[in-house]
Design a protein around this ligand. Structure first.
Ligand SMILES: [Zn+2]
Length: 325
């Protein structure tokens, strides 16, 4: 049973809004574009892992995706965690392309792609550390955890996994994502002893769900050029910033697209950049419309939380406002 679904990564939403709204210098632009494409590839890999995990027999398994648990003054993250009565299994998803040489003896991964070599941290070691953090977290919360296994799932279908030192650890712990179900089956066949009662499994799930702290990127700490922000309403069709409000509709002067609600996306961008509160003056400035009254009408039409009065009226997103979608 899936106890926790994967959330859309907030970092992707933030990177997209930055790349849309800020004029950056070339180096920063490339840096953030690369980061965004890595995050998108990583998310794609995780979604693929979710797909293959949804295919396995869930009768005796609880699955939690995308956990971030505070522990010992830091956080540990698990892409997917499987909990049964007999074992626990954290799975880490990697989307590296190219030829991947796993060297667990010296704890590195060598990637060869388009003739270039790049060294990464050993994903086996990373996942092993997550497993031991999970164990220590559960012990600290008065559970005696069952054996903890771990897997590294390589989702890029073009990747070639190599094991130059013939390590059994690489053979046992690393697999292509479509093979995870076979790995899980052979792991579950290894364990017969029931370490946890159904009640304890439920308690562990509850504890992890309660402890999970989603990662929210802090845009204020990113040192962005606030004077180079691009205001205006974006055309949902061609992407141009600067739609005009004519007779109740937003009109794109580039492609002629008409929209009734393009201002909602602009408000979302504002909240992500400046935080979850806005006045009608700030909204009229950000949309680049001269009338504060029009801005106010738009804000009140959106079912936001309203506090204060007159010029000090502040609008905030309600809980169900789709800020991160
Ligand atoms: Zn347009």
């Amino acid at each position: 049973m899936i106890e926790k679904k994967r959330e859309f990564p907030k970092e992707i939403t933030i990177l997209k809004v930055i790349l849309k709204r800020f004029t950056l210098n070339h180096q920063r632009q490339i840096e953030l574009e690369n980061k965004l494409s890595r995050k998108l590839a990583g998310y794609k890999g995780e979604k693929e892992l979710d797909y293959y995990l949804s295919q396995i027999d869930h009768t005796n398994l609880k699955i939690l995706h995308d956990l971030r648990i505070p522990h010992n003054n830091t956080h540990f993250q698990i892409d997917s965690l499987l909990i049964s009565n007999t074992f626990l299994l954290p799975i880490d998803s990697k989307n590296y392309a190219g030829v991947l040489d796993f060297n667990p003896e010296f704890n590195y991964l060598l990637q060869t792609l388009n003739g270039f070599e790049k060294v990464y941290q050993d994903p086996i070691l990373q996942t092993k550390i997550q497993a031991s953090q999970l164990k220590s977290f559960l012990m600290k919360n008065q559970f005696s955890p069952p054996p903890i296994e771990f897997l590294v799932s390589v989702s890029n279908s073009q990747a070639i996994i190599r094991n130059p030192a013939n390590s059994t650890e690489v053979a046992n712990r690393v697999c292509k994502t479509p093979a995870v179900s076979y790995k899980i089956q052979s792991i579950s066949e290894k364990y017969n002893k029931e370490y946890l009662s159904q009640k304890e499994v439920k308690k562990i799930v509850k504890l992890l769900l309660k402890s999970h702290v989603p990662y929210i990127p802090d845009i204020q700490s990113m040192n962005l050029p606030m004077d180079k922000i691009q205001i205006g309403v974006q055309c949902p069709d061609c992407g141009l910033l600067g739609m005009e409000k004519i007779h109740g509709s937003w009109v794109c002067k580039q492609c002629g697209h008409l929209s009734k609600d393009a201002h909602i996306a602009a408000l979302k961008d504002y909240f992500l950049i400046f935080g979850p509160h806005i006045t009608s003056r700030q909204f009229s400035n950000f949309l680049n419309i001269p009338s504060i009254h029009q801005a106010k009408r738009l804000l009140t039409s959106m079912e936001l939380d309203i506090s204060g009065s007159k010029k000090g009226t502040v609008y905030r997103p309600k809980k169900d406002f789709p800020l991160w979608d």
